[in-house]
Write a protein that binds this ligand. Structure first.
Ligand SMILES: *Cc1c(COP(=O)(O)O)cnc(C)c1O
Length: 414
């Protein structure tokens, strides 16, 4: 059932065996390789019919040796929502949101952790650790609990309260680190020897990427094995973007895609932390390391992504762009989607709305383009950012109807 062949180093092409735990090679990530020729001969895409509507339906393109036994919390196939009012507000004829906030623990991080923890359990790993400034820690803690694996999470002190609490809630050992995410990463690397845990840091093991790849597989299947004109995606570590590009490579090799056209990939960042966009602007192949990253979108607080060169390659090959959007306008974009469409767009993805708007205004995107924006997480998790001004109070004995009537008519979206 498994078509996983081995792991290939992005540093120098060295091939490593997949059936033991592996980290980086030459300081760079490994990519899982599948026997796509055999898969192409043996499995038509119609074989997917009737399988569960979750990421596990793509078993042949996942690394599990025993696909019948994944670590799962009931991952759903996330909806593609038409967003006509939002499209109009941004200058487009149509716009679709792929809403990843419905996944367990409220973000697309669940895809990566479901697959990586399943694989870790297969490889006999008993203790794992991760640095996290946002949703990764909670997602890993949940799947680790599900698998019965011990989990350590190291978070910078400015990590949103919900993210700190959820990791602890799922029983992980959570530590607040006086420093940035890079410092947390160093502790996880050093502890691999000292504590005997396996680092699950972004791109430091090869299988979170495989889980995130399923965003691309799922999107293609939902669109009838076609791809849209453009994909807008908030880019922190860049794993989602690299994963989708890998998905499109594999689908193309399998001959599963109708038509060979790839979407233009837009990597969206905040002006407060935009290493990829800066490298893109100057034609660089890697990102500069930033000293003082600042953005309220915690998932984008990655000052020096390990996979920067892979993101930049995919963005350029696709004819897309990497863009930095003004941090000062975050709240404005955040409220657009939540109010106009009822979609709990997370702050990371809210920057994508600014990016779409700018692309249309500058003529980089035609108004009739088919555009997909990924909502990578649930707005409700960002309580620091989404707390409203004090709510009007109504005494329960003497209801002030004038006050209630005064609010009517101001909130409608049409
Ligand atoms: C982690 C995270 C991101 C960034 O994801 P990458 O694929 O690593 O670039 C974006 N949004 C949310 C909500 C996240 O948790």
């Amino acid at each position: 059932m498994s078509y996983l062949l081995d792991l290939v180093a992005t540093s120098d092409g060295t091939v490593l065996p997949a059936d033991r735990p592996q980290g980086l090679h030459g300081g760079r990530p490994l990519l899982a390789r599948y026997d796509l020729e055999r898969l192409r001969r043996e499995v038509p895409r119609t074989a997917l019919q009737g399988r569960p509507e979750s990421l596990w339906r793509y078993a042949e393109l996942l690394p599990l040796r025993d696909p019948a036994n994944p670590v799962t919390l009931g991952e759903c196939r996330t909806p593609l929502l038409a967003a006509p009012r939002l499209a109009r507000a941004l200058g487009l004829e149509r716009l679709t949101i792929k809403d990843e906030s419905l996944l367990p623990t409220g973000s697309f991080k669940a895809r990566g952790m479901a697959v990586a923890v399943s694989r870790a359990r297969e490889l006999g790993i008993r203790r794992i650790a991760v640095p996290s400034a946002g949703n990764a820690g909670g997602a890993l803690a949940a799947y680790a609990a599900r698998a019965g694996i011990e989990c350590f999470v190291f978070v910078p002190e400015d990590t949103p309260i919900v993210n700190r609490n959820e990791a602890a809630l799922y029983g992980a050992h959570v530590f607040l680190v006086d420093g940035l995410i890079g410092e947390c990463g160093r502790i996880v690397r050093e502890g691999a020897e000292r504590m005997g845990w396996f680092p699950m840091s972004t791109l430091q093991e090869p299988y979170r990427l495989e889980g995130k790849k399923t965003m691309g597989l799922e999107l293609a299947e939902q669109l009838g094995w076609r791809l849209p004109d453009a994909i807008f995606y908030p880019t922190g570590g860049g794993v989602g973007l690299i994963g989708r590009w890998k998905a499109f490579d594999e689908l193309e090799a399998l001959g599963w895609l109708a038509g060979g056209r790839r979407p233009r990939m837009f990597a969206v960042q905040s002006s407060g932390c935009a290493p990829i966009a800066r490298a893109f602007d100057v034609g660089g192949e890697a990102s500069p390391a930033l000293d003082h990253p600042h953005t309220e979108a915690s998932g984008l607080r990655v000052p020096k992504p390990l996979g920067d060169f892979l993101v930049l390659r995919a963005v350029r090959a696709s004819g897309g762009r990497a863009m930095a959007l003004a941090e000062e306008r975050l709240r404005e974009w955040l409220h657009l989607a939540t109010r106009l469409e009822g979609v709990a767009l997370c702050p990371e993805s809210a920057f994508c709305l600014g990016a779409v708007q700018e692309c249309v205004a500058r003529g980089w995107l035609r108004p009739d383009a088919e555009v997909v924006v990924f909502n990578t997480g649930a707005a409700q998790k960002y309580v620091e950012l989404t707390t409203p001004p004090p709510l009007p109070h109504i005494a329960h004995r003497a209801v002030d109807w004038q006050r209630i009537a005064g609010a009517a008519g101001s909130g409608g979206a049409s």
